[in-house]
Design a protein around this ligand. Structure first.
Ligand code: GCV
Length: 615
């Protein structure tokens, strides 16, 4: 099946090319130059070496000649993509040197939390390397490079037995061929690693990071792996998390585990990306002394400065798990001597499964507007798969595009990104009314799902559609604590789990105090009575009712605005989105009615506006 071009339609062509002295081009840049060549174009393209930052480019245009300057091959590549996107002058440099996409693809071809079909890379335990798969992989590499992504991990962080064997000789050739496709586009390949590999594939009886047998096993494994020269630059590791083994199993700390691997990687300049998503997923809901939100900060803050220099700690933006609204994980404010990577989720695990329209640009704009370390890297879980349009929902392409834009420039404006994506995908179609609603689609999603940062309330494991109490008595540590008087988790120092105290001032006091806590996070930090009066004068309960009704109405309005684009966007995309709006409406209605009924049954307080709440 052929994939759509997504936003890769070039609006630039040249007839003559001049290459300055000493310029080195990536094979991907050579391909792009080929594509843009058109003997009827009035423009000359001149590439020159200049003293710019890594990956940066500068474009100048006098109407006849377009000059592209850069200091390295990646800079030329990004400049060529900028030209294709319609930019012919100005300078640009990325603010982050690591801009990564993580795949959660399994080698059987399934994708954990994937909503756009099967894997682009694997099927049935093998690499996909037929001609059609290669074409798609190349196109995908172009798509990523066009928005500045420069690193990729191919396989799921939950590494099964098959994927553990990626380290071995048997996959070397296929792995090298896949890596080459991405390297050609300036994208450095990584793999996810099984911390228990010495047991799973090595025949040892332990993976204790301080055991000399284990250390030599890894040294030998990496020596053999890197001798094959496929271009892999490092590994992503999920350890001590959700059933994955790790250093805790042996009474060691997280730095013991990460540093052991990092030291074995250092002769090859390998990097170790260690995920901070470490928590106890066997919690007893009765035990209120454990707060999952605290876990990553409790485990890692005391290790600041203890990690080797080739270790990067990858931290999810929020302390729980990619909910529609979470505060920033405290570690971002407290780690000072550790390399860190911010982890976002492009795939819509908790934000509508690419069935519901949820443009995530505004969420990332909010996150990146916080005072985060400037020199951190950025990574995000991919939302693509074998579906013809790549994304399942044709409009979910905006999320990958926006992620690239934020990875390049964290100060980007989500509204401008959306307009740019739409123009490059659908041309100059007048769609301002629809785009305004799409810009608000994250806020809309938040309105009809779990209120004010309380999180979850979704169907267990599946993570789509309402199920208000599905997690309330589970082992996952994600409780909303609703009772007949109120709802929310008391995370204060004064009376709760003490989580607010993990933030530096003035954030700690702001979150601690119910009056100063940002209202959209009220139930994340506080257990509040339904009669609590919000800033807009409504009670919490009335606010819950109102926003569920509004959320549903907003989905209706989005679906109607989309209808006006019939005949203006390609029929296939029109129908794809229309069908998804029907499912989104069903979902939003279920959320509205299940959440409202849940609270109405608890409180017996009717809606002040007399709308129908099912008893
Ligand atoms: C890859 C959440 C998801 C899991 C995912 C995990 C992680 O818990 O539901 O599917 O596992 O996050 O980030 O490791």
């Amino acid at each position: 099946m052929a994939h759509t071009k997504a936003w890769l339609e070039s609006s630039f062509s040249y007839s003559e090319l001049t290459l300055g002295e000493g310029i080195e081009l990536l094979p991907g840049a050579q391909n792009e130059l080929e594509r843009m060549k058109d003997s009827t174009s009035p423009l000359q393209l001149i590439l020159r070496q200049a003293d710019l930052d890594p990956d940066a480019y500068c474009l100048k245009n006098n109407g006849e000649e377009v000059h592209l300057e850069a200091s390295d091959p990646a800079g030329f590549l990004y400049g060529l993509f900028a030209l294709q996107g319609g930019r012919t002058c100005g300078e640009s440099r990325p603010s982050k040197s690591l801009r990564m996409i993580n795949h959660w693809d399994n080698m059987d071809g399934s994708i954990e939390r994937g909503y756009a079909g099967r894997s682009l890379f694997f099927d049935d335990g093998e690499f996909l390397c037929d001609a059609a798969s290669r074409e798609r992989q190349k196109h995908y590499a172009r798509l990523l490079a066009s928005v500045g992504i420069n690193a990729i991990s191919f396989n799921n962080v939950n590494v099964d037995e098959r994927a553990s064997r990626l380290l071995l000789e048997e996959d070397a050739e296929a792995l090298a061929a896949l890596c080459r496709i991405f390297l050609d586009y300036g994208i450095t390949p990584y793999l996810s690693l099984n911390f228990a590999s010495p047991i799973t594939i090595g025949g040892l009886d332990t993976c204790d990071p301080l055991d000399p047998k284990v250390i030599s096993w890894w040294e030998k494994a990496f020596a053999e792996f890197f001798a094959r020269e496929h271009g892999v630059q490092g590994f992503v590791v999920k350890a001590d998390s959700e059933g994955r083994p790790g250093p805790f199993t042996y009474g060691r700390n997280q730095a013991d585990g990460a540093n052991m691997l990092a030291r074995a990687l250092s002769p090859y300049e390998g990097r170790l990306i260690w995920r901070a998503f470490v928590y106890n997923s066997q919690q007893d809901w009765r035990d209120r002394s454990i707060d999952r939100a605290r876990a990553s900060t409790d485990y890692f803050r005391e290790l600041d400065g203890a990690f080797d220099e080739n270790v990067f700690l990858q931290i999810k933006h929020g302390p729980i798990d990619f909910q529609v609204r979470e505060p920033i994980t405290p570690l971002f404010y407290t780690l000072r001597a550790t390399n860190i990577i911010l982890e976002l989720q492009v795939t819509q695990e908790y934000t509508g499964h690419q069935i519901d329209l949820c443009y995530l640009g505004p969420m990332w704009e909010d996150i990146l507007a916080q005072d985060l370390p400037e020199d951190m890297g950025i990574a995000a879980v991919s939302n693509v798969g074998l579906d013809e349009n790549y994304f399942g929902h044709a409009l979910a392409g905006a999320n990958l595009y926006a992620y690239g834009a934020y990875a390049w420039n964290p100060k980007s404006k989500s509204k401008e990104i959306l307009q740019s994506w739409f123009r490059r995908t659908y041309g100059s179609v007048e769609a301002s009314s629809f785009l305004e609603k799409m810009q608000g689609s994250w806020a809309t999603y938040e309105k009809y799902t779990a209120p004010l940062g309380v999180g979850f309330m979704v169907r267990e494991h599946y993570h789509y559609a309402p199920s208000v109490e599905a997690y309330e008595y589970s082992r996952w540590g994600t409780y909303h604590r609703a009772n007949r008087d109120g709802i929310g988790i008391d995370r204060t120092v004064a009376t709760g789990t003490g989580y607010t105290g993990l933030y530096p001032e003035p954030l700690a006091s702001m979150f601690e105090n119910v009056e100063t806590c940002p209202e959209n996070l009220l139930l994340f930090f506080h257990h509040v009575p339904y009669t609590h009066v919000l800033q807009n004068g409504k009670t919490l309960l009335q606010w819950i009712y109102d926003s569920r009704f509004e959320g549903y109405e907003e989905v209706l309005a989005m679906a109607e605005a989309w209808h006006d684009l019939k005949g203006k966007v390609p029929e296939q995309d029109f129908l794809n989105v229309q069908e998804r709006f029907e499912r989104q409406l069903y979902n939003a209605r279920e959320w509205r009615d299940q959440v409202n009924t849940y609270f109405y049954r608890f409180t017996g307080i009717p809606d002040a506006q007399g709308r129908r709440i099912y008893p």
